[in-house]
Design a protein around this ligand. Structure first.
Ligand SMILES: *Cc1c(COP(=O)(O)O)cnc(C)c1O
Length: 372
């Protein structure tokens, strides 16, 4: 009998889901299934259509997001598959600021005529509402990268669904522990499993979750034909990470809130962006429906972009590196990337807060701020 996690808390589901049914014969964990083919008559048949290790990881993410889940070789592979189910010429409403890979991809699709993308400020609910009038897809990333603007998720999803518009949500920054868009009516939730779910900066992976069987079939066909499949070893590593994801995430969120408070009183910090900070422009909205405020914060320094780069090079615990969601804290000046949105301030530093001791992190940050 397969494990029914539906009544369990998410922190329990992260541990119980995706285990072998028969623990006596198979052990507590699924093994890493290294098979490109299966005997005639098997349910999987070929390694591009399925894999037992993927299935285990998929059931764990599905138990967290509340839908059937498909793994992909990266977050971008998942997004590519999700967008592939749209008709050519589809009208897409999306934020003008967000994860840079997604921004670049949508801009390319817009330029080539594959889609007509209406880029807007996703935190301006009225703007989004009026753009929905003739849309086929609402793509929401919230909080946004890297300025941590918050979209009015419940209202936007409800309005889009009332018009029969497809809604896809990038839940990477928030995670299922903060918000569960499928329960609000979204059609597809995407996660860069690379980040908080895996949590150790050692694997790239993406996922799509949905409760709609027709969409699931289309996404599964897309994965099979695009060939954007996850490696079994990576899937196993991701599942191992998911076991401690709630523990890590809660600690990291706690650290992020504390550091946001401390940074906001520092004379060399001009502005802190973190939806959990009571003074943040997004706080009132965020606290209505977000269960946590996440573990990523951004701040602008009093100083030049070169000062910001120097600051990122002056820490010893926090690594100067891109990405987010690992146990180890990372920071970088986002505009060092030419692909970053020009609306992001040049001296803005994004900090992915990890699980280190918060006082040690603060000492490290203070030292780096003293170096500029
Ligand atoms: C990292 C990230 C992605 C892309 O995921 P990859 O696993 O790097 O391909 C998409 N959206 C957000 C918000 C991300 O942080």
């Amino acid at each position: 009998m397969s494990h029914d996690a539906s009544h369990e808390k998410l922190s329990t589901r992260a541990i119980t889901a995706g285990r072998p049914d028969d623990k006596v014969e198979n052990g507590i964990n699924h093994s890493i299934s290294l098979n490109s083919t299966f005997g005639a008559g098997s349910s999987i048949a070929y390694g591009r259509t399925g894999n037992q290790t993927w299935s285990a990881t998929e059931s764990a993410i599905g138990a967290l997001e509340g839908g059937s889940t498909l793994l992909f070789s990266s977050g971008m592979a998942a997004i590519t598959a999700a967008l592939s189910i749209l008709k050519p010429g589809a009208r897409v409403v999306a934020s003008h600021e967000g994860y840079s890979g997604v921004m670049t991809l949508l801009k390319q699709h817009h330029a080539s005529g594959r889609f007509i993308v209406n880029f807007l400020d996703i935190s301006q609910t009225d703007q989004v509402m009026s753009a929905l009038k003739d849309a086929d897809l609402l793509w929401i990333e919230s909080p946004t990268n890297p300025c941590l603007d918050v979209a009015e998720l419940p209202e936007l999803i409800a309005a889009a669904k009332a018009r029969d518009i497809l809604v896809m949500v990038d839940n990477t920054f928030a995670t299922a522990l903060t918000q569960r868009p499928l329960t609000l009516g979204a059609d597809v939730v995407m996660n860069s499993v690379t980040k908080f779910l895996s949590g150790h900066s050692d694997v790239l992976m993406g996922s799509l979750s949905t409760e709609n069987p027709e969409i699931l079939q289309k996404l599964e066909d897309a994965r099979q034909l695009l060939g954007s499949i996850a490696g079994p070893f990576e899937a196993w590593l991701a599942l191992r990470g998911i076991r401690t994801f709630p523990l890590r995430f809660h600690k990291a969120c706690e650290n992020a809130l504390e550091l946001a408070h401390r940074l906001s009183t520092h004379p060399k910090v001009a502005r802190v962006r973190y939806p959990g900070l009571p003074t943040d422009s997004q706080h009132e909205r965020a606290k209505k429906f977000m269960k946590t405020f996440g573990a990523v914060l951004s701040f602008e320094i009093v100083g030049s972009p070169a000062d910001a780069d120097r600051l990122c090079d002056s820490s010893s615990i926090i690594s100067h590196a891109t990405s987010l969601g690992g146990v180890e804290s990372l920071w970088e000046r986002r505009r060092r990337w030419p692909s970053e949105s020009p609306s992001v301030p040049e001296n803005l530093i994004r900090l992915s807060v990890g699980c280190e001791d918060v006082d040690d992190l603060w000492t490290d940050i203070q030292g780096a701020l003293a170096a500029i």
